[in-house]
Design a protein. Structure first.
Length: 362
């Protein structure tokens, strides 16, 4: 169970939810201040003030306990947005029951405050449901006023307020749903843009630009720590023959399959990128040549076992790999040149093999 701190939490999601809770709690304290002013001005009865103030403080503590313990994470909506909005509306309905008629519209405005809290989190159908509950709560309040305090009720005026309140609240629900959809669209668009900015659209591997940035970051980290890393350049053997024989669409399928295969063969801390054409580059972090060779061999074996029955039952693909180890303070280009030279030797020695910058092995 995630442990929530008073303001932040070691779990990023729970920390974000906790911050939203504090926004809701702060809003509740503002409403409590309004209750104080109404009571001081003689618009809210002492009984109403005690019930409302006590209820607001209870819900603040109650939801704090849920977030603090992490029990909110067991709910379908860990932010507890609907529950918090309905709790606020309940307390405001009670406050309106004990408030004189002239001051009741002031509290109606605070209902909109509670409703807006859900606008940026909930879809339209949920907002409409909350609006209907709030309208029903106001109707119930009018009925109770008519039953127990009929002298303080101007029924025509309350119906007018109810009508305006219902129209405004439903309008907020519709507009809130539109805002919610717009936010989701923008979020999806941003994710798609980020994907395009960092990944090769065909193979799903990192693109060369992003991989270059990651290599530079790894270089700076290793220059500070004294650790090292390796670079592997992979080239699919006789790939031009696949395009010439089966067509470029088949070639694209082979590229995607090989990239996925290589990505599954590397370690979680490694990064695969498309270097260009049928050539890929792997950043092997926290690895010397011996360790890098183990990963490279795993890639080579996995690619050689791929089958493409929908293209041709006899089609097999192999990969040649060149390895180089980063040397402290050198440019990344220098390490890549040594890996490229090792790859050239692997091609010249018969392909489907691994060569390092210093050691030749079949």
């Amino acid at each position: 169970m995630a442990e929530a701190g008073v303001v932040v939490n070691s779990d990023a999601t729970q920390a974000r939810l906790m911050k939203r809770y504090w926004v809701a709690a702060g809003s509740s304290l503002l409403v409590l201040l309004l209750m104080v002013v109404l009571h001081w001005g003689g618009y809210l009865t002492r009984t109403g003030f005690r019930i409302t103030a006590g209820g607001i403080l209870f819900w603040i503590v109650f939801y704090y306990a849920l977030f603090r313990s992490g029990l909110n994470l067991k709910a379908s909506d860990p932010s507890l947005t609907i529950a918090q909005v309905l709790s606020a509306i309940l307390m405001l309905d009670i406050a309106m029951f004990y408030t004189v008629s002239e001051a009741r519209p002031v509290i109606l405005l605070t209902v909109l405050m509670a409703f807006v809290f859900g606008v940026f989190r909930l879809p339209m159908h949920k907002l409409v449901q909350i609006a209907l509950v709030a309208i029903a709560g106001y109707v119930l309040m009018i009925v109770l006023l008519q039953q127990f305090r009929s002298k303080d009720v101007d029924l025509r005026l309350e119906i007018l307020r109810l009508t305006v309140f219902g129209i405004v609240l439903l309008w907020f629900a519709v507009m809130g749903g539109y805002i919610s959809r717009l936010r989701k669209t923008l979020s999806d668009s941003r994710a798609a843009i980020e994907e395009l900015a960092t990944h090769d659209p065909l193979t799903g591997a990192y693109n060369r630009r992003h991989l270059s940035n990651m290599l530079l970051q790894e270089k700076m980290r290793c220059d500070r720590s004294g650790e090292t890393f390796c670079i592997a350049l992979l080239d699919l053997d006789f790939f031009k023959n696949i395009n010439d024989t089966f067509g470029h669409q088949a070639g694209d399928e082979v590229l995607k399959a090989c990239a996925e295969c290589a990505n599954q063969a590397i370690r979680p801390i490694d990064c695969l990128g498309r270097y260009g054409g049928e050539e890929f580059e792997v950043l092997l972090t926290q690895a010397d040549l011996e360790g890098a060779r183990i990963v490279a061999e795993r890639i080579r074996n996995a690619v050689s076992e791929l089958e493409f029955p929908h293209i041709s039952p006899d089609l097999r693909v192999t990969v040649s790999i060149g390895l180089a180890q980063y040397r402290p303070k050198e440019n990344i280009d220098e390490a890549e040149k040594r890996a490229d030279a090792a790859l050239y030797r692997a091609k010249a020695a018969g392909r489907n093999r691994i060569e390092t910058e210093a050691v030749t092995a079949g």
